[in-house]
Ligand binder design. Structure first.
Ligand SMILES: Nc1ncnc2c1ncn2[C@@H]1O[C@H](COP(=O)(O)OP(=O)(O)OP(=O)(O)O)[C@@H](O)[C@H]1O
Ligand SMILES: [Mg+2]
Length: 227
């Protein structure tokens, strides 16, 4: 599903280049559920953004679904992103003036899906995440856990192959965080979508079938059990 070979990312500092990711080599199989863990500044978000085609590596190769994607044009990256990848962030990123279903429908709108079909698909996905009775609410009328469910529905409505989540439970209390985690695990099992989730929560990470540990831009270890 996903393969990185010797992927590095450098940022220019006044006197030298700083390696934020240093020769990362990693494979993730289709349908896996992985926690990406590591201290603050270890490169987790940078790695997720490279995998999600939001950023480009300084060197190395990245394959998604057998396609070498690191050298794609911005236009081609955007097309692949819309088709293959869903994102969830800590701060939800819902558009405040759109209702829950209109937020969920956005990826379908970008694809040119007719409005009736957008609405039907968005409402079905909201029902799947337990929000059948909140489809007409605005983000300001939803709790944190509900907002994150809307964001998850938006990430999955276009049937992506890969779901990337950067601290999706970081703004939630621990009981709501566990509910959201259980929802992600259920969607991974039912839809077969591959999930890579950054988390600082050791308990949540340990409940994932696989953990990938980063430190100083390098993969320290990868496997099941706590890294
Ligand atoms: N645009 C940038 N220019 C320069 N340095 C950057 C840039 N973006 C990130 N960095 C540096 O890269 C390193 C890794 O950042 P990253 O955001 O990937 O860490 P993280 O593991 O996600 O941390 P956190 O757990 O705090 O979210 C940090 O030292 C950061 O300062
Ligand atoms: Mg981060």
């Amino acid at each position: 599903m996903l393969r990185l070979e010797s992927v590095s990312k450098y940022y220019a500092a006044p006197d030298r280049a700083i390696a934020v990711l240093d020769e990362v080599t990693l494979s993730i199989a289709s349908g896996e559920f992985c926690a990406l863990v590591g201290p603050s500044g270890s490169g987790k978000s940078t790695l997720l953004n490279l995998i999600g085609l939001l950023d480009r590596p300084s060197s190395g190769t990245l394959w998604i679904d057998g396609e070498a994607v690191a050298g794609c044009s911005a236009h081609e990256s955007a097309r692949l992103r819309n088709r293959l990848i869903g994102f969830v962030f800590q701060s939800f990123h819902l558009l405040p003036r759109l209702t829950a279903w209109q937020n969920v429908a956005l990826p379908l709108q970008y694809r040119g899906v007719p409005r009736d079909a957008q609405r039907a698909a968005a409402e079905a996905m909201l029902a799947r995440v337990g929000l059948a009775d909140r489809t007409g609410h605005l983000p300001g009328q939803l709790s944190g856990g509900q907002s994150q469910r809307v964001a998850i529905a938006r990430a999955l409505v276009g049937a992506p192959r890969l779901l990337l989540a950067d601290e999706p439970t970081g703004s939630l209390d621990s009981s709501t965080a566990q509910d959201v985690m259980a929802l992600l695990a259920a969607l991974n099992a039912e839809l077969g979508v591959t999930v890579v989730m950054v988390t600082h929560d050791r308990e949540l990470a340990a409940s994932c079938p696989r953990q990938i540990a980063l430190r100083d831009g390098r993969v320290l270890g990868s496997g099941s059990g706590t890294c």
